[in-house]
Design a protein around this ligand. Structure first.
Ligand code: C5P
Length: 227
C-alpha cells in the first residue's frame, strides 16, 4: 500500500521560549524539523507532507531537502493552521490520490526511531483502521480535587499516547470531515467517529519536545549518539 506521512510542524513553540517557531529551533547543529524528517525518511513512504508555520514554508522545504537530498521529490509543503487539528486537516488536503495509509507525526517528537513508524505501518497494513504508539505510565497517579487527593488511579488501565499515529486514509479523512470539536489527538478524533483504535509499543525517544528541559534532553541524546 502507498503510505503518506504528514509531519505537523506549524506550532509556535511558545513554551520553548526560543523566539522562533519550534520546528526551526536547533537540537545541536540541526533543527527539530531536520531531525524529525531524518527519522521519517528512514521509514518507507511514498509522500511526506510537511505542515509548516505560515511564512516559513521555504525554510521547511530547505530542511526537507537537506534531511534527504535524494527523496526531495516525495515532499509536499503546506501552510499550517491555528490549531494542531487545523494543521493536520491542511496536510490531509494535500495527499496524493493513490495514498492508502496515512501516518500523522509531531515534528516535536523529533527523535522518534524509524522502527516505531514500521510498527504502525505494519498494523494498518494488517487491517487496523487506526493505531497509536503507547508507553506504560510509570508514575503513581492520583485523582486530585481542590488540592486534596480524591482517589487512586489504576495505572494498568492507562497509557501515554505518542506519534506517529497511523490510519486507513478513508477512515481519517471521513473522521476529519465529520469532526465538530477539537480533539487532543487524531486517535481521539477517529475514536469519536466510532472506530476502534489499536496500539503498538511506543518508544522513550518519541517524547515531545515542549519545554527548554525537553530540548536539553534531546540535545544530550543526540550528543551521546555522536551527532
Ligand atoms: O503544541 P504541541 O507541542 O502539542 O504540538 C504538537 C505538534 O503539532 C508539534 O509538532 C507542532 O508543530 C504541531 N502543531 C501544528 N500546528 C499548530 C499547533 C501545533 O502543526 N497550530
Amino acid at each position: 500500500p502507498r503510505i503518506a506521512i504528514i509531519v505537523v510542524a506549524a506550532g509556535s513553540g511558545t513554551r520553548l521560549g526560543a523566539g522562533a517557531p519550534k520546528a526551526l529551533v536547533g537540537i545541536g547543529a540541526r533543527s527539530i524539523l531536520h531531525r524529525a524528517l531524518g527519522n521519517v525518511f528512514a521509514a518507507p513512504s511514498a509522500q511526506v507532507v510537511v505542515v509548516a508555520p505560515a511564512g516559513h514554508e521555504g525554510e521547511a522545504l530547505t530542511e526537507a531537502r537537506d534531511a534527504a537530498p535524494d527523496r526531495a521529490d516525495l515532499v509536499t509543503v503546506v501552510t499550517g493552521g491555528a490549531s494542531r487539528q487545523a494543521s493536520v486537516a491542511a496536510g490531509l488536503a494535500a495527499l496524493w490520490g493513490d495514498v492508502e495509509i496515512v501516518l500523522v507525526h509531531d515534528a516535536a517528537r523529533a527523535l522518534t526511531p524509524a522502527d516505531v513508524f514500521e510498527r504502525i505501518v505494519a498494523a494498518v497494513a494488517a487491517g487496523s483502521a487506526a493505531v497509536v504508539p503507547v508507553l506504560p505510565v510509570v508514575d503513581t497517579l492520583k485523582r486530585v480535587s481542590g488540592g486534596v487527593v480524591a482517589g487512586a488511579v489504576d495505572r494498568d488501565e492507562l497509557a501515554a499516547a505518542q506519534t506517529p499515529q497511523g490510519f486507513r486514509r478513508d477512515v481519517l479523512e471521513t473522521a476529519y470531515r465529520v469532526a465538530d470539536d477539537e480533539y487532543t489527538d487524531d486517535a481521539a478524533l477517529v475514536a469519536a467517529a466510532g472506530h476502534r483504535v489499536d496500539t503498538v509499543r511506543g518508544d522513550e525517544r518519541a517524547f515531545k519536545i515542549t519545554t527548554p528541559a525537553d530540548l536539553e534532553r534531546a540535545a544530550r541524546l543526540v550528543a551521546d549518539g555522536g551527532e
